[in-house]
Design a protein around this ligand. Sequence first.
Ligand SMILES: [Zn+2]
Length: 85
Amino acid sequence: MRLVCPVCGERDRREFYYQGAALARPEGDAWAPDWDDYLHNRDNPAGVTRDLWQHEQGCGAWLIVTRDTVTHEVLAVALAAEAGA
Ligand SMILES: [Zn+2]
């Protein structure tokens, strides 16, 4: 798999560190069950996902990668700071 880093261009997947699903953090005054779900529970969907990756062996940028886990197609890559993650 190859990813197109918005800063560096197209690179091999092995240059990137996969962090996991790009989830919205609960609000600061959220209830404990919301934080428990955010920290511990993950879906394993077949289809389009939004994941957080770091270009660890490149520019170091955090990225939001939208991809399809069935077809392995990468649909979009955006800087996390600009994607609201
Ligand atoms: Zn990069």
